[in-house]
Design a protein around this ligand. Structure first.
Ligand SMILES: Cc1cc2nc3c(=O)[nH]c(=O)nc-3n(C[C@H](O)[C@H](O)[C@H](O)COP(=O)(O)OP(=O)(O)OC[C@H]3O[C@@H](n4cnc5c(N)ncnc54)[C@H](O)[C@@H]3O)c2cc1C
Length: 448
């Protein structure tokens, strides 16, 4: 049903009972989003499209933090929970090594111990499979939602070139190939294509002859994440979304089972609904609502090289050393690593060096270019490796969307759509029970 309303009130699709003001005019419901990363931006887009009056409050700049220097892979075939069977044993040797793909900072151990002990419980076959099946609801629509964003006039760098996994070890290659065959069979993701060392050289001539072979997935996408965020920001401005930057939400005002306003250092902002999308920082504000959210930062690093000397045709995953190389227009990005060192964005040069040295093992020549930018970002990580989507327990108008870990860019459109449906109509057709915020907290049972 559509209503035509005057001036600042827009053409609005109504699913909930409409609210009228004293003159009987339709009022747009207000929603305030805390956090302007890719999850907040994408949610703002779908909420505004659905007819809400949307405001984003961002403590820094929009689309920066973790949503800026990441690899931008939109690869639903790779969506799986981070806690995997055998991960802790396999990685144990690496855990305390400063340049390894997975590193836990010894001094951060005390503050991480509770999160880590929950995480370790999820490193088993049963939970991994259940998590993988749960993520399918977000993965199935991933590629088509990115196509739609483009068709809806959001301008960003989108590549449909697939992804290539390269391996130095035959054993690792075969193991990963079996895994892709399994996800293709069980979840309907695309069939992997095995490439031997000659075939992989043909499609990626810059790879060194030490590479034993690889796996090609042709249907996956990648984006330049900065351009995606900027494209959405431009669209939000056009649509009339209120954007606050350099404005930190420091507190919330609660009345019974509702949040009535959020507080910044200088003002208090009222709204009908609120959405917490503050990435790895979401736990701090959750606590102020008496909601215990076990969230930590999974720090990753990248190096972006302008006008690179080496040509890479499609994203490469260096499978043995868990590092990625992503080609963009006139640039190339190398990145990866998972560092658990608490909530901070301190850049550790040894981790940057770890990425460079991993890349040099796979390529014929070191990548050079006009300019290099190093970057660090914090992935919002839950102990079960699943996002947290829905209404905050015991609150009627406070929603949350975070915990997307390694795949927040890919899952941003699906997340935005889900949160918009939930806030506008109270329901969504996506199967989101496994992502329920109520799975955490006192007396709660984690999805398992
Ligand atoms: C090295 C690396 C590679 C990656 N590669 C990929 C990839 O290839 N594909 C993929 O899908 N994902 C990838 N990711 C993961 C992806 O980057 C994240 O999942 C995603 O960016 C998280 O988005 P977000 O909006 O939740 O968080 P953020 O981008 O961190 O945004 C949260 C925002 O909230 C703001 N905020 C926090 N507290 C407050 C407050 N109190 N008041 C106001 N604002 C606040 C912050 O300033 C920030 O801007 C990668 C990550 C890393 C580190």
């Amino acid at each position: 049903m559509f209503f035509q309303v005057p001036d600042n009130k827009i053409k609005l699709r109504i699913r909930n009972i409409p609210k009228m003001d004293v003159q009987g005019e339709l009022l747009m419901k207000k929603v305030v989003i805390i956090g302007g990363g890719i999850i907040g931006l994408s949610s703002a887009y779908y909420l505004k499209k659905a007819g809400m009056d949307v405001t984003i409050i961002e403590k820094g700049e929009l689309g920066k933090a973790c949503s800026q220097g990441n690899q931008g892979w939109v690869c639903p075939a790779l969506h799986e929970p981070v806690p995997a069977p055998g991960l802790m044993t396999e990685s144990f040797k690496m855990l305390l090594q400063k340049d390894s793909p997975l590193y836990i900072k010894p001094t951060a151990m005390p503050q991480l111990s509770s999160w880590l002990s929950q995480f370790m419980k999820f490193c088993n076959e049963r939970d991994f499979k259940a998590g993988e099946a749960a993520l399918l609801t977000l993965s199935q629509s991933t590629l088509s939602l990115f196509d739609s964003l483009q068709h809806e006039g959001i301008k960003f760098e989108l590549h449909r070139k697939g992804i290539l996994f390269a391996f130095l070890s035959q054993e690792n290659l075969q193991k990963k190939f079996k895994r892709f065959e399994e996800v293709a069979r069980v979840f309907g993701h695309e069939q992997p294509v095995l490439k031997n060392s000659e075939e992989i050289q043909e499609i990626e001539p810059s790879l060194s002859t030490s590479v034993q072979g690889g796996i090609l997935l042709t249907e996956q996408y990648h984006v330049r994440p900065e351009s995606l965020a900027q494209g959405i920001i431009n669209k939000l401005k056009e649509m009339g979304v209120n954007l606050y930057v350099n404005t930190e939400v420091v507190d919330l005002e609660r009345e019974d089972d509702r949040i009535v306003s959020i507080k910044t250092k200088s003002e208090s902002i009222k709204s009908d609904y609120f959405l917490l999308a503050a990435g790895a920082w979401s736990g701090t504000l959750a606590k102020k609502m008496s909601y215990t959210l076990p969230l930590t930062g999974g720090k990753g690093y990248s190096i972006t090289i302008q006008n690179p000397s080496t040509k890479i045709n499609r994203p490469l995953y260096l499978g043995d050393l868990k590092t990625g190389i992503t080609p963009f227009n006139e640039a190339l990005r190398m990145g990866g690593t998972m560092e658990l060192s608490g909530i901070n964005t301190t850049l550790d040069r040894k981790r940057i060096q770890g990425i460079r040295s991993a890349v040099s093992k796979y390529l014929k020549e070191d990548i050079k270019g006009d300019k290099e930018d190093v970057w660090v970002g914090m992935r919002p990580m839950t102990p079960d490796g699943l996002p947290v989507l829905g209404k905050v327990p015991k609150l009627n108008n406070m929603y949350i969307a975070t915990g997307h870990g390694m795949v927040g860019v890919a899952m941003a459109p699906a997340t935005g759509k889900i949160l918009s449906e939930l806030i506008v109509s109270g329901a969504t057709e996506f199967k989101i029970a496994p992502f329920a915020p109520s799975r955490f907290g006192e007396g709660a049972k984690l999805y398992s």
